[in-house]
Design a protein around this ligand. Sequence first.
Ligand code: GCO
Ligand code: MG
Length: 454
Amino acid sequence: MDRRSFLRRMTAGAALAGVLTRSEIPLRAAAAAASDDAPAGAEGGGDESLRITRVRTILTQPQGIRLAIVKVETSEPGLYGLGCATFTQRIRAVETAVDRYLDPFLRGKDPANIEDLWQAMFQSSYWRNGPVLMNALSGVDMALWDILGKRFGMPVYSLLGGKCRIACPVYGHAGGSTAEEAVRSIQRYLAEGYRYVRCQVGVRGQSVYGPQSGAAKLREGHFSGRVFQPSAYLRAVPRVFAGVREALGDDVELLHDIHERLHPIQAIQLAKELEPHRLFFLEDPFAPEDVGYFQHLRAQSSTPIAMGELFNNPCEYVDIIAGRLIDFIRCHLSQIGGISMAKKLAHLCDFFRVRTAWHGPGDVSPVGHAANLHVDLATWNFGVQESYRFSDATREVFPGAPEIRDGMLWVNEAPGLGVDIDETLAARYPITDDPPFDMHWGELRDIDGTIRRP
Ligand code: GCO
Ligand code: MG
């Protein structure tokens, strides 16, 4: 192929199909340098003719939480990748984004061009960011890394630079309405070898994020559904933490999630009041809409701050990282762009001494937890990992799911992400569409009926 016909082919290809093959990307540089033909496959490695043949979602809920898996199939029989695209509250919208938009967009493309495909998917809707499209894209991104690892026989953490640690410390979820209850709950984790425990605090009569405590006497005229009063919660949390520290001493690392439930000035008060109890981190003190408050918090308290599970968009996190306003970034990998974006974000954080603590609740599938873990292993500035206990049913549906031992999460050393899905078993746990928006989110109110953040 001469240089002119090559450039014509590139222009036509880019305009009509958006296809950049692995052999064309280095060739473009060669063309710019006015060199002659380069042999196909000059960059070496892999099968040049490998193509994406199908992209589809698999929805399942073995543990009662709707999960969305993306499967990217290739032209090589048996070679496929899996990713997590779980946005449980809007799962049918993600399914549509993957099956109706990304599948036709990606068929015929080279699965090895991960960065190029990421950018192409990202630009392809023109209006971008937002949880539905980012989950769809992230699921594909993770699956492409999975394929790459399987193809070259390496675990994804190796492709990302190799292990910085043997396994990753995780935190468990404890809580109680009194210090005594919380201590008992934390001790169960310590007995299993955990060194980090997140402790949530129940308030009688209120629907807090975490442990539920008994009902309170209702007053006539008060809202009688799921009630949350920020000031009652603000008073309860420091009391419980004082008792927990006194009972358990300094060894255990304690964490707490405000879940953006307080008014911003109350979150600042709580960070100050918790200072004597030396938290490992205080999570989500503000909603993403209120990130402007971080500088006020920072000026008044040295309690370490973690933030990020609700972020989608670099505009939301770049400034608070570069401004040294948080200590831990805890984005949800499938909300921000999968492994490709997580590694960029981890590197950005590295320059500002911010550590990672990726979001790892039950509405991240075992494939998503594996993605967290592979990034954790390859990240020097790793902080801690949130963990979730998979049931036996979940482990059967997802063979190879990462395992917790002695308070650490262990990867299996299989190529790729190391987690598979048994589609026959997954089909035995069809997702429930009714109610379409579970967990009663959107129904939390103050006693006067005012909607509160979930
Ligand atoms: C956490 C989170 C989750 C979210 C949930 C939303 O820190 O683990 O706050 O529990 O509430 O993922 O669907
Ligand atoms: Mg949280």
